[in-house]
Write a new protein. Structure first.
Length: 439
């Protein structure tokens, strides 16, 4: 099952190679937001050490970042309706650039609260990109290959998430931090100097990212992207009401919620998890480089999945991936040493196809409401805010090792959605709108 076709103003060319340049340009967006999202996994251990935070406190990084999806997703969907996909993408890039620049004053103070504020602005821009770019890719070609096409672009998103932890370990975690006992014994003046020194390592990377984002925004503003005619379609109150009657969309939103929550929870805890004596017994700098393998598995899996989805039903492949992911997390929980370390890293390979597959199953048959349905699904990315925060709360009480039971529950729900919940009940909105237009 794949997303239903949306008519485009480019006619027959919408299914031809003429869309390849546009697809290539939009793919760069997936890379950029993947890169920036994965850098949060480096900020977690870095800021935890600088500000002497508990796991629950440091997970406010992910809470602030992913809460922005909940706050800005629906407004971003409205923005797409008002100004179109291209202008929304450009606005998102400039907002991201502004958020990246805010890391400089946050590091200059330094202030954990200002870091959180910068992350919210950055995530607001990423939300606009997600709402615009995901459905744009889905309809930029034949509907039968929408899942495959979105998996391919998401593979480049994973390329960004793979590179980011490695570069972050080099530039942000370049100096060995003091132990918490040493930090707590420092006098206030020395502590402030130490925090300024450690926090300053984020300035250059985020300044470079801000410039890159703004240059990309200018380039896309000048690039001629194919126009999707449905993006300016005004929706009737009947259409708005019918959106919420689409069972597969609502269950898909829950699936996005738990998927992002599970993926972000695992990624956020990997550095601290693998540096534990009974797991990897390695330094945080070395552990940060291993995080690249987690996200690299997702990249490889998406390239493979793009091919497999040409032949295997999306729901079937998604369900199989969810089962294996749940088994791998349980294996890590019930073991120790390098076996526990490698089993949790392997989860990334099976995370690979989940987001694009859930997304295309969720917006299947929405027709002219595809953009708004996309906003609902992107809104559900708030799972990346709530589930890691809950896991941090649990980890403070029972330890990181056993707190991974939460992602297991998430993957079991994704299995349910893949095999049963994704089945569309009743006629598609696109079909209803077409019938209404004829009458």
């Amino acid at each position: 099952m794949a997303v239903s076709s949306v008519n485009t103003t480019v006619g027959v060319a919408s299914r031809s190679s003429s869309h390849k340049p546009a697809l290539a340009v939009v793919t760069t967006l997936f890379f950029m937001w993947g890169f920036l999202t994965a850098l949060n996994d480096i900020l977690v251990p870095h800021l935890k050490s600088i500000f002497d935070l508990t796991y629950a406190e440091v997970m406010l990084i992910q809470f602030s970042f992913f809460s922005a999806y909940f706050v800005f997703a629906i407004p971003s969907g409205k923005l797409v309706e008002r100004i179109g996909y291209k202008k929304t993408i450009v606005a998102g890039l400039f907002t991201m650039g502004a958020g990246a620049l805010l890391f400089i004053p946050a590091a200059s103070v330094p202030s954990f609260q200002l870091f959180l504020g910068a992350l919210i602005v950055l995530a607001a821009g990423i939300t606009a990109l997600q709402v615009a770019a995901n459905p744009y890719v889905a309809v930029l070609g034949p509907p039968q290959t929408a899942s495959s096409r979105l998996n391919l672009t998401q593979a480049f998103n994973s390329l960004g998430t793979t590179i980011a932890p490695f570069l972050g370990s080099l530039f942000i975690l370049s100096s060995a931090p003091k132990t918490m006992d040493e930090i707590r014994k420092m006098p206030p003046a020395a502590l402030q100097v130490y925090r300024l020194q450690q926090a300053s390592s984020v300035k250059l990377p985020y300044l470079g990212l801000a410039l890159a984002l703004m240059i990309l925004g200018i380039a896309i503003a000048k690039f001629k992207l194919p126009t999707i005619s449905a993006e300016n379609t005004k929706q009737s109150s009947t259409s708005h009401a019918s959106l919420w009657t689409q069972r597969h969309l609502i269950l898909g939103a829950v699936a996005i919620f738990v998927y992002v929550g599970a993926e972000v929870s695992i990624g956020s805890f990997l550095v601290n998890y693998m540096s534990q004596p009974d797991i990897g017994n390695i330094s945080v700098q070395t552990a940060a480089r291993y995080v690249s393998l987690y996200w690299g598995g997702a990249m490889i899996g998406r390239f493979i999945g793009s091919g497999l989805l040409q032949k295997i039903r999306t729901g079937t492949l998604l369900g199989m991936a969810a089962i294996v992911a749940a088994l791998l997390v349980m294996t890590s929980m019930l073991s120790s040493g390098h076996f526990a370390m490698w089993s949790i890293l392997a989860v990334g390979l099976f995370n690979s196809i989940m987001f694009p597959s859930i997304f295309t199953l969720g917006i299947d048959g929405l027709g002219p409401l595809t953009g708004e349905g996309s906003g609902v699904l992107v809104c559900a990315i708030v799972g990346g805010a709530l589930i890691p925060e809950l896991q941090g709360f649990v980890a403070d009480r029972i330890g990181i090792h056993h707190a991974f039971f939460l992602p297991v529950i998430c993957y079991l729900y994704i299995m349910y959605f893949a095999f049963w919940g994704s089945r569309r009940v009743g006629p598609a909105i696109g079909e209803l709108v077409a019938e209404s237009a004829k009458s």
